[in-house]
Design a protein around this ligand. Sequence first.
Ligand code: MN
Length: 400
Amino acid sequence: MRRLRRRIEFFQGTLDSTSEISEARIFDTTLRDGEQSPRTSFSYEDKREIAAILDDMGTHVIEAGFPVNSDAEFEAVQDIADAAANSTVCGLARVVDKDIEAALDSGVDLVHVFCSTSDVQLQDSMHTSRQEALERSVEAVERVTEAGVDCMYSPMDATRTDESFLIDVIEAVSDAGTDWINIPDTCGVATPRRFYDMVEAVCEHTDADVDVHTHDDFGLAAANALSGYEAGAAQAQVSVNGIGERAGNAAYEEVVMALESLYDVDTGIKTERITELARVVEEKSDIPVPANKPIVGDNAFSHESGIHAAGVIENADTFEPGVMTPEMVGATRELVLGKHTGTHSVRERLEDAGFEPTDAEVREVTRMVKDHGANKEQVTFERLKEFAKEVGVRREEVRA
Ligand code: MN
């Protein structure tokens, strides 16, 4: 695959080759936690389409759904598991027999069992005791591993769980043979430093691989996921456009691109399809992507202000990260015309349209663009061409 990665200076050195993260797998939960977004539901066809793109991109794990939920969900998970060529397909289950049997019957490669471990959830959600939760967790892991299927165990609400009880649970399910321990920050209360310490401590108490699941209640989901990798997690759970419960999960595009561009980790993912993937999930989830969303928002690679646009025309590294380009994610750079536009953008856009403006004409058209933009009116490319004609800018001769 063509490597688009670039080198760039950062404070005390070059942002390249000295990675603090050795292994970084991506577990996508768009079709499970993402679907649990308020007011979102994916059809069977939606799930198949999104899974096919994730699989083709080389996403390591696709959590396809919660098989016990309904016949339609079971069928979608089963068919995604059948169709996947690259990805490991995962199904979710509570520590309840019928959930685990449904997940096993669906033919997934990995069963993800979860059980609350924080006192608040044990008392007021599961209505059970710590001891009961621990026993049911061990039984669930044993059932999955006995079936010869890989198991991931999640102590739900781990970041609000009593530390010694959490370690007891982790040691017990590790002894029961779980392949993965997921550390979920279910309610989004972790900070990068605290989460680092927590993941590091968990790694010391298990031989299973560790993965993390972070939520964006304080806008820290991606930072916490990356902190998890730095502390020794091999994998993080993400969702496309960051959709999920409440404020959502760590965003697929943010975590993948931070790994690739800032940590110099080769995830093996076809990042050039990220923009297309984001558009498909935006449409199917009915959750609009904000314009200022990192990487996949409309403004992520757009420039309007005169200084920035002029710099970017000369060299995009002036006012973009440099280590991440629009091409790397299948997006395009855009010079937006409006109130803050300068003459460089106007000249560039006029020349693109085949005009040959003089400096005075560029200044005149720029004044018209700024006036128009100041009235909050959108300056489209068509409008720009009308301005150019009004001013009488000469067009290139059309050659035969
Ligand atoms: Mn979650």
